[in-house]
Design a protein around this ligand. Structure first.
Ligand SMILES: [Zn+2]
Length: 424
């Protein structure tokens, strides 16, 4: 049998491509130069005007002003240059449940890549956390991205969510029956622990609890404190975090009692605000909050709620975050895209600013806060030497207008381009 006559170096190169995949730089040894009009190294660090970032083998090797940069002669210039540079963003509340994600193991790579771009990478997300989907499908999608079959973000998932018994909420009625049948509805602590273990065995990175749900108009189902606590204990025993969908202030307190780590929504339609005692407990328990403000208007419009009532209800959720932010609670950016078909995060940024968050705090919720929450703060979330070269180049400065967080020119993950805006 004749072997193809490639020189050894070519073989080694082809092997490295196969092993690393095209989501990583093809020539890992090259140094790339990324120039920016302004760099935000971290939310609370002084910005660098006319800055340079050097990237080698997927990591940042230098960040600083152009004047003091020692750029190797052999360095290559990245086409992702010239705007306002920040660390890659994380969206901590997404779902891979729309029909476009179905059969991710076999769909043409180009179609999946387009879906990833439409929902995530074109808005600068280099890391996303899926907070309930068919994990077999989501894990298959993740594996194809990591193999380099297509460009895409890092994907984390909680797998199949846990719901109260007979408690699948009406807003997921449209999902495929075979998926609905597999969603966990544990009746006791033992079933809750088994559900958590099954998820983690299939590649889940955490657990999601739907604490209070409404399967039918006017009916409420509640997860018991015993079930919630067992799910949290089992998840923590595996070194992972628990996210919860509260629905109500009462369920928020249940989440606190159970030891939930991340609340994935504010609570809509409450008669009273988040009181000081509850907010203080959230802070003391290091509970994080994903506000999902845009989602509320989106849902209320579906119900034909008059605009003035929508404004009143959404404003009440802004006040919840204001109270949480006032005690320096940890806010994580997230929009519920994938459940919400409108992917554009611009309105979320505007509402976060309306809730009193500065552009630096919003950047924190996109970068250093999620990195800290998931124990990656030494590798991700900053434009700093030694960190992963996950980078977003914005067209304009978010300090001038927070809408600029959504005006993304190009995105790098581990130094490799995963999104580039088409030339105008
Ligand atoms: Zn969601």
């Amino acid at each position: 049998m004749a072997l193809p006559r490639f020189p050894m170096r070519t073989l080694a190169f082809l092997f490295s491509l196969f092993a690393l995949g095209s989501s990583l730089p093809a020539l890992a040894a090259d140094t790339w130069v990324i120039s920016a009009a302004k760099i935000y190294p971290a939310p609370n660090a002084a910005p660098i005007e006319d800055g340079v970032v050097l990237v080698r083998a997927g990591r940042i090797t230098y960040v600083g002003s152009r004047g003091s940069a020692k750029i190797p002669k052999s360095a290559k210039t990245s086409t992702c240059s010239g705007g306002v540079l920040t660390a890659g963003f994380q969206n901590s509340h997404v779902h891979f449940i729309e029909p476009r994600w179905s059969d991710a193991a076999h769909q043409p790579a180009a179609e999946l890549a387009q879906s990833l771009e439409d929902m995530l990478t074109r808005y600068g997300f280099t890391t996303v956390f899926d907070t309930t989907s068919d994990q077999v499908n989501t894990v298959a999608l993740r594996a194809r991205v990591e193999k380099g079959e297509m460009r895409g973000p890092r994907i984390f998932t909680v797998g199949l969510g846990l719901f109260p018994p007979d408690g699948l909420p009406s807003y997921i009625n449209h999902l495929p029956p075979q998926l609905l049948a597999r969603l966990h509805q544990p009746r006791n602590a033992e079933e809750a622990r088994a559900a958590v273990r099954a998820n983690i065995a299939h590649g889940a990175d955490g657990t999601k609890l739907f604490l209070h749900t409404s399967p039918r108009q006017g009916e409420m189902r509640r997860m018991s404190a015993e079930v919630a606590r067992a799910a949290v204990e089992e998840t923590h025993a595996h070194g992972k975090l628990v996210m919860a969908h509260p629905t109500s202030l009462e369920a928020l307190r249940l989440a606190l009692d159970a030891g939930v780590d991340v609340l994935v929504h504010t609570t809509l339609g409450e008669e009273s605000p988040w009181d000081a005692a509850t907010v203080a407990r959230m802070k003391a328990a290091h509970m994080s909050v994903v506000p999902t403000f845009k989602l509320w208007g989106y849902e209320l419009k579906k119900e034909d709620v008059p605009p003035s009532v929508v404004d009143t209800l959404v404003d009440a959720t802004l006040q919840q975050l204001e109270a949480f932010n006032a005690v320096q609670g940890q806010v994580l950016f997230g929009t519920d895209v994938g459940y919400m078909h409108d992917y554009d995060p611009t309105e979320e940024y505007v509402l976060m600013a309306k809730a009193g968050m500065t552009h630096a705090q919003i950047l924190e919720s996109l970068t250093t806060a999620p990195a800290a929450r998931w124990n990656e703060e030494k590798q991700h979330g900053q434009v700093a030497k030694g960190f992963a070269a996950d980078l977003v180049m914005l067209a304009a400065d978010p300090a001038e207008d927070v809408r600029n967080f959504a005006r993304v020119r190009c995105v790098l993950r581990a130094g490799a381009p995963i999104y580039s805006q088409a030339a105008p």
